[in-house]
Design a protein around this ligand. Structure first.
Ligand code: GUN
Length: 279
């Protein structure tokens, strides 16, 4: 049976260490999260971010706008937050309503307050093999989890399924930095199973239950980034745990694997931006 990559346990460890650090700050970091609309999943994520920040002694504020806010109004708010010296980190929760350009909004965030690492400056640094101000939260959390379990990446074939800007694309660069050989698969990939069979490390970030044990090489490491509710309202990931846990050497569960690590990374990034004192 595969060893569980326990994101909850690692979250406790890393956040305890982080709290000790934050306790010593005389001025605390301030994270502002912008939420547009009423997406139920986004609301849960955003509230969890605020709760976690509060436990650490990090100031945090959620600004909730109605779904019909204009792009202009949102851009003005971001401009204001960029100028506000008391605000050290800005996060705009995605997805945004269709009438708002995600690119325009992300581009407006000051790279020194871009806690997601999504702005063209930080993304460009990452894709040039340079150091961005911070690394995107979900890929960073995945690497922290793999490191915790001493999973060596050098020379390994890492197969990522999904090419989103939140997970697949930045993760591909971060795995290259670790000297893995990286393949990125997506909805147009032909013969997916032929590729997954060659993976030493498989990371799936699709949002559909697509990975079965028979698609994998024996002993491979499986990281499940997907999280959604199935028809019965049960929380599921991309990976069929039952069949995969018999084939894999390590597997991250859903819930309790990557999810807690994403929030942990956000808190680490908030403190890193603050400590870099870029403002
Ligand atoms: N929506 C889902 N994941 C993320 C994330 O990591 N950052 C932001 N801003 N929105 C998200």
């Amino acid at each position: 049976m595969a060893v569980i990559l326990d994101g909850k346990k690692l979250r406790e460890k890393l956040l305890t260490e982080l709290k000790t650090k934050v306790d010593k700050f005389t001025i605390k970091p301030t994270l502002v999260v912008i939420l547009v609309g009423e997406n139920p999943a986004s609301k849960i994520y955003v509230n969890n971010k605020k709760k976690t920040a509060e436990k650490l002694g990090i100031n945090s504020e959620i600004i909730n706008y109605p779904a019909d806010i204009s792009e202009k109004e949102l851009l003005e708010k971001i401009g204001e937050l960029n100028q506000d010296k008391t605000v050290t980190a800005i996060l705009v929760q995605l997805p945004l309503p269709k009438h708002i350009s995600k690119e325009n909004i992300i581009n407006a965030i000051s790279p020194s307050k871009d806690v997601d690492g999504f702005t063209p400056y930080n993304f460009g640094k990452l894709f040039s093999g340079e150091h961005p101000n911070v690394y995107p939260c979900t890929p960073k959390g995945i690497l922290l989890l793999l490191k915790e379990y001493n999973i060596d990446l050098e020379g390994k074939h890492a197969v990522i399924i999904g090419r989103s800007n939140i997970v697949g694309r930045p993760l591909s660069q971060m795995l290259l930095n670790e000297n893995a050989t990286v393949t990125v698969c997506h909805s147009h990939t032909k013969n997916l199973e032929q590729i997954t069979k060659t993976a030493d490390i498989l990371i799936s970030a699709v949002g559909k239950n697509i990975i079965k044990g028979e698609m994998l090489k024996s002993g491979c490491v499986v990281v499940d980034v997907g999280i959604f509710k199935d028809a019965d309202g049960k929380t599921r990931g991309d990976v069929d745990f039952e069949s995969t846990s018999k084939i894999a050497s390590y597997i991250s569960p859903v819930p309790g694997g990557v999810g807690p690590m994403t929030i942990t990374s956000l808190m680490l990034n908030t403190v890193e931006l603050f400590e870099k004192n870029l403002l």
